[in-house]
Design a binder for this molecule. Sequence first.
Ligand code: HAM
Length: 430
Amino acid sequence: MKYGILPGFFDIIPEDSKDPWRSIHIWNYVEKVLRETAAHYGFLEIRTPILERTELFQKSTGESSDIVTKEMYSFVDKGERAITLRPEGTPSVIRALIERQLHTGPSNLKLFYIGPMFRYERQQAGRYRQHHQFGAEAIGNGSPEQDVELIDLLLTSYRKLGLSNLKVCVNSIGDGESRQKFRQALLAYLEPQKEKLSAESRTRFETNPLRILDSKDPADREIVARAPSILDFLNSECLDHFQQVQALMGELGIAYRVEPKLVRGLDYYNKTVFEVMAGELGAQNSIGGGGRYDGLVESLGGPDLPSAGFGTGIERIIQTLLGQQAPCPAIEKPWLYIIALGSEAKLRAFKILHELRSQGIPAEMDFSDKKLQKMMQRANASQAAYSLVIGDEELKNNCLSIKSMQKGSVEKVSFEEIAHFLKSMVVPNS
Ligand code: HAM
């Protein structure tokens, strides 16, 4: 189609029978559960703009990240400003925190957001150029409890949505000092085998060697399998923090695996990093991930506030949910479909329609003046629980035949009894 949607983008429509994960009622349900769970954990919602200054992401997401080097939708606006469609939510939240002085309140700030992110990624199943994230950021607390509260919120959100069989991986990438020592050891290990690395990893050898650890290339993986472990380079403070994180996860009964090669692709992390994987997602199996980023607020011009957070892809949540056949409410169908025959009946039906809706009853009416048979077909297609035909007879006798669309059975009611009848018969979607 000449004016078709851009590659990597998708519409979320009322009901997508081909790709059910793109049906809006599932998105609304998932977002509702995520919002409620975040609120239970004391996180408050924040909405930041989708456009930000390009420099914000260069400085925070990082000059050596794939996102900044290859994937940003960046352009110059009419005011000659370099701007970017946000590729992730964390930098915007921290920008807003500093700019609006959100950290000056008495307690730590715990914020969450839901919204679209933009990354010009290679086309692949499960990878979109506009994806949507539920993210949470806890600013001002450096304790292991804070890390585990975030992991717990993420996993509780998944559990409330009925997801199971998720793998949780954790690691510590230490602080700058520990990482510097590890970097040297890693480079020394890789140097003699550098030529065998993939082209991408050879570039990373110069720019960000830690990222070679999570390369998907089979040759890289073989080399990396025997690489030194970052956990052997943690100083005592980072090691202690990581041990406490693990102990607390144990206390909460969270099953996890320590994965020393987990480094994550954004530059701001330190100490704890984590990722949650879902088998149903295929190659793009990361459903959510995050970690601690103690230096970020200060590096963007704010005070020294230790912080941590996570982001989880809503597309991937929904695909996992459907893949695992977790229960999910169906789209709300009308309780009643009204067909009116003749102008007097049509006016009466129109008023009833209004009255039912104002009582919270989802109802539909056919305005088309088509033949009865045609209108009955539409009533069927609407999947309403009941249908009602109103003509001269019904008006005269105040006696209506309300028909169950599923059972085919018919009940007699008066005009005054319709709402009561429907409320007693229809079980609404939860
Ligand atoms: P991230 O790992 O880049 O982290 O993204 C978080 C989640 O977003 C991923 O686990 C995945 O589910 C989803 N996601 C990312 N890219 C795509 C894509 N192209 N298509 C579909 N889903 C995608 C962050 O963005 C950090 N801001 C998380 C964070 C918050 N760390 C600390 N605070």
